[in-house]
Design a protein around this ligand. Structure first.
Ligand SMILES: Nc1ncnc2c1ncn2[C@@H]1O[C@H](COP(=O)(O)OP(=O)(O)OP(=O)(O)O)[C@@H](O)[C@H]1O
Length: 264
């Protein structure tokens, strides 16, 4: 189990306060909230890029941040929100770096590791990019390559900061489908941030709503995905519409304005 207990972090002008939630292996949790709410900060603290001076991340009961760096890399990987490529690696060489936590100090990646990297590129539908120079990718291609590198690492816990923000609609669905499948089949625990509450509800088991650095609500999607909670989070009148077995979020004013257009 992954337990986040009273996670807090203070910048000069902003503070994340007392965030607590948990998830099991095989579950996906999405952090939802407005811009600047503190979602990326929470992921950075969990991963250990930002360091509070007390224990707040427990993996199977262990204080995660006390583990040696290499052990941490075997357990957790992070797909950052933005990344500026510096070195002109080939995509396949960049992706294979994801296995470095599985190698000893002076060991180089072997054929089997390249095979693994190629399989992940195939799974993500970007095998054709393998020999391309990493610094020459589009924003969406770069995002897919970063996800590939994190998956090659084969972590038990995967953190993703807005993993679909640069992707086209089909690739958004593809990536969320793949993540959902990996969570279920490989018992991966996923913590991600998204901006689309509909995708969050459809692809998560649990949601943590964050606003102004605090946890507004946390629980199973069926418990917390409610119009009154969403309205409070986004300061926006919201309607939840039932379509077959789904609940779809729309801003209330869309419905009023487009009632005739869509026969609502
Ligand atoms: N390195 C930093 N130093 C000081 N303040 C920071 C730093 N990084 C982020 N902040 C501030 O912390 C607050 C939360 O930022 P954070 O990136 O965690 O929000 P977020 O919920 O991920 O936002 P978004 O949805 O816009 O990506 C913001 O007010 C931001 O300006």
């Amino acid at each position: 189990m992954i337990e986040i207990k009273n996670l807090s972090y203070k910048y000069k002008d902003f503070e994340v306060k007392n965030i607590s939630f948990n998830l099991n292996y095989g579950e996906t949790l999405t952090l939802l909230g407005p811009n600047g709410a503190g979602k990326s900060t929470i992921l950075k603290v969990i991963y250990g890029l930002l360091k509070p001076n007390y224990a707040c991340v427990f993996i199977d009961g262990m204080d995660f941040h006390k583990l040696p760096v290499k052990e941490r890399a075997k357990i957790m990987s992070l797909v950052p929100q933005s990344h500026s490529p510096v070195f002109p690696y080939k995509v396949i060489d960049f992706v294979v770096m994801g296995v470095s936590s599985q190698l000893s100090l002076f060991e180089s990646p072997k054929k089997e590791h390249y095979k693994k990297a190629l399989n992940v590129l195939k799974m993500l539908g970007i095998e054709h990019l393998k020999d391309k120079t990493y610094t020459e990718l589009s924003g969406g291609q770069l995002q897919l390559v970063l996800i590939a590198r994190a998956l090659v690492q084969e972590p038990k816990v995967l953190l993703l900061d807005e993993p679909i923000s640069h992707l086209d609609f089909k690739n958004q669905v593809l990536i969320l489908d793949i993540l959902q499948e990996l969570a279920k089949n490989k018992k991966l625990a996923i913590i991600m941030t998204l901006h689309d509450p509909n995708f969050a509800a459809l692809y998560s088991d649990k949601i943590a709503f964050v606003k102004d650095g605090s946890l507004l609500d946390f629980g199973e999607v069926s418990e917390v995905f409610k119009d009154e909670v969403l309205e409070k989070v986004y300061d926006l009148p919201i309607s939840l519409i039932n379509i077959r077995d789904l609940k779809i979020v729309l801003p209330k004013k869309f419905i009023m304005k487009n009632h005739d257009k869509f026969n609502l």
